[in-house]
Design a protein around this ligand. Structure first.
Ligand code: AMP
Length: 280
């Protein structure tokens, strides 16, 4: 498995791979990889694509108060994980390869800008959109794979490719979880042992809220009680715990089909997010 750092070399390599007739499945990541990232590579392979993973800690999607400086940068371990997962190629550019001196373009995406993570992380999805747009333009992949843990990100990326006519299909992959239910996340590494024991409660509370909503409990009540439980359990700040339509992200006061419960909460030094469907 080759590791490529320059855009021209990546394009040349992808061109050669495509000559064999297989599609390219792009898997963008920030690094600090875990089995959730491996699941994206495996999904690309299972779909018959040649998985091309990217390792790029994108500064544009972190605000000054966020964790860019301490974000795990473990290139060798990340490359080993991608190789084991079956990636065909890794693109691991330096920051200047993506944002060279004089780089001046910004993307301002208004889709879903006033809900969920966009409210607590201003500018975050503009930074995500910028790098995803660049990576898709660079790789010209047939498909790109994103994880449903970051549900809002999946919707933003779909809006981006639709609005800018980017010729790549966006494929979403179910959330990979630890055996106790906790969604795998790079930021789980920030948890102390005690916090790690508490963390799966995030998943269990949104499952419980979703089940109660399906049984007829008013969504606001089910969500407020789940939020209260998490606060009492020791989550320092529950940024949101809400039931929303899965496609529009509008609040779903009386969920029909396609509602999901979304949560973001802080536990110690980690900000954790998750989401689950309301059972039909
Ligand atoms: P990140 O490196 O955190 O930006 O994540 C890169 C990609 O991996 C994104 O599409 C994420 O949604 C996806 N991802 C992260 N965690 C998981 C998980 N637990 N299960 C599935 N996909 C994930």
């Amino acid at each position: 498995m080759e590791v490529i750092t320059s855009i021209p070399a990546l394009r040349a390599r992808i061109g050669a791979m495509r000559a064999n007739g297989q599609g390219i499945g792009l898997v963008p990541t920030l690094g600090g990889l875990h089995d959730g990232h491996a699941a994206l590579v495996e999904a690309a392979r299972a779909a018959g694509d040649l998985p091309v993973a990217t390792l790029f800690l994108n500064p544009a999607q972190f605000s000054e108060s966020e964790d860019l400086e301490r974000y795990p940068a473990e290139r060798d371990a990340d490359i080993a994980l991608l190789k084991a997962a079956g990636a065909a190629l890794v693109f691991a550019p330096a920051t200047e390869e993506i944002y060279p001196p004089g780089f001046s373009t910004r993307i301002s995406i208004t889709a879903f800008e006033d809900v969920l993570c966009a409210q607590n992380r201003p500018g975050h999805f503009n930074g995500v959109s910028l790098v995803v747009c660049k990576l898709l333009c660079i790789a010209r992949a047939e498909r790109a794979y994103f994880g449903e843990k970051d549900w809002q990100q999946c919707l933003v990326v779909k809006a981006l490719v639709r609005d800018l006519n980017i010729d790549t299909d966006i494929v979403t992959v179910p959330t990979a979880r630890d055996s106790d239910g906790l969604a795998l996340s790079t930021r789980n590494r920030y948890l102390t042992a005690a916090e790690r024991r508490l963390a799966p409660q995030l998943y269990h509370e949104i499952c419980e809220a979703a089940a109660r909503i399906a049984q007829g409990t008013p969504t606001e009540l089910a969500c407020a009680e789940a939020q209260e439980t998490l606060t009492l359990a020791g989550f320092s700040q529950v940024e949101y715990l809400e039931c929303r339509n899965a496609e529009t992200l509008r609040l779903a006061p009386s969920p029909g089909r396609g509602a999901r419960v979304f949560v973001a909460a802080r536990l110690g030094a980690a900000r954790l997010i998750d989401n689950v469907p309301v059972p039909a």
